[in-house]
Write a protein that binds this ligand. Structure first.
Ligand SMILES: Nc1ncnc2c1ncn2[C@@H]1O[C@H](COP(=O)(O)OP(=O)(O)OP(=O)(O)O)[C@@H](O)[C@H]1O
Ligand SMILES: [Mg+2]
Length: 249
């Protein structure tokens, strides 16, 4: 459902020179599965997701989503994905409800379907309390909930979620994790990034460890356990990252 083939993004920065933010990444995320992307700050997770959502163009390599090439058919790709980005702005003057409905209509949802889904998500995520409140009057966690509702409103088949639980309280995070699980059961394809290891451990069918733009390891939790001899994902993660760093010196 998401396939990348040697996908590469090089940034040119006047001070830092050439930055290989995403370096020959080849991964496959299948429907009915959650694919977790783990990496240190600056590892390339967000850049990879921005490439897949066609916001950025790759320097080289290819990727396709639901069979559509990100370079040749970006419009088709956009129709099929929901992308939750930490940097996507919300319009400060719209209310929570207006923001989510606007995106639903933009994606061609009819009023009845839109209302049903919106009511369901607002209820689940505890958003009714601030339903009619303007975005600029919301807390950061409330804004994050609005962004999540917006991403899921039209029930896209592929979900690309960049740190969905960032800044959310424990109860809300669990709620969102539950929701992602349900989406997986509904045969969606989910690619998500997080710094919260227990979340990844609970949720991911496939886990990729990305470091300096490159995928160091990819596999199921059990496969990574066997490979590293560690049980917990945070130990597995650190061992793999440390192993790569030692090679650098
Ligand atoms: N527009 C840009 N111009 C130049 N360099 C960039 C740009 N965007 C990202 N980078 C660099 O690319 C690298 C990867 O950044 P990216 O945001 O993808 O990391 P990340 O894994 O999402 O990190 P985090 O966990 O902090 O969110 C970093 O070195 C970053 O400084
Ligand atoms: Mg990021």
């Amino acid at each position: 459902m998401i396939t990348t083939n040697n996908l590469t993004k090089i940034f040119h920065d006047s001070k830092r020179g050439e930055i290989r933010a995403v370096d020959s990444v080849s991964i496959e995320c299948r429907p009915g599965r959650v694919f977790g992307l783990l990496g240190l700050n600056g590892a390339g997770k967000t850049t990879l997701m921005r490439l897949l959502s066609t916001i950025l163009k790759p320097t080289s390599g290819t990727a396709s989503i639901a069979g559509y090439d990100i370079l040749n058919e970006p419009e088709k790709v956009k129709e099929r994905i929901g992308f939750l980005s930490s940097s996507t702005g919300l319009y400060p003057r719209l209310t929570a409800e207006e923001t989510v409905s606007y995106f639903g209509r933009l994606n061609g949802m009819d009023n009845l379907k839109l209302k049903r889904r919106l009511d369901d998500m607002f209820e689940r995520f505890g958003m009714n309390e601030f339903r009619k409140r303007r975005i600029d009057k919301l807390s950061s966690g409330m804004k994050q909930k609005v962004s999540i509702a917006r991403t899921f409103i039209n029930d896209p088949e592929v979900l690309i979620l960049d740190e969905p639980t960032l800044g959310l309280d424990v109860v809300t995070s669990r709620n969102i994790i539950g929701f992602i699980k349900e989406s997986k059961q509904a045969n969606k394809c989910l690619l998500f990034s997080t710094h919260v290891m227990w979340e990844a451990q609970k949720l991911c069918d496939d886990i990729a460890i990305i470091h300096q733009g490159r995928i160091l390891e990819v596999g199921t939790l059990d496969q990574l356990r066997t490979k590293t001899g560690m049980i917990d994902l945070d130990d597995i993660f650190v061992k793999i990252i440390d192993g790569a760093s030692q090679h650098e010196f």
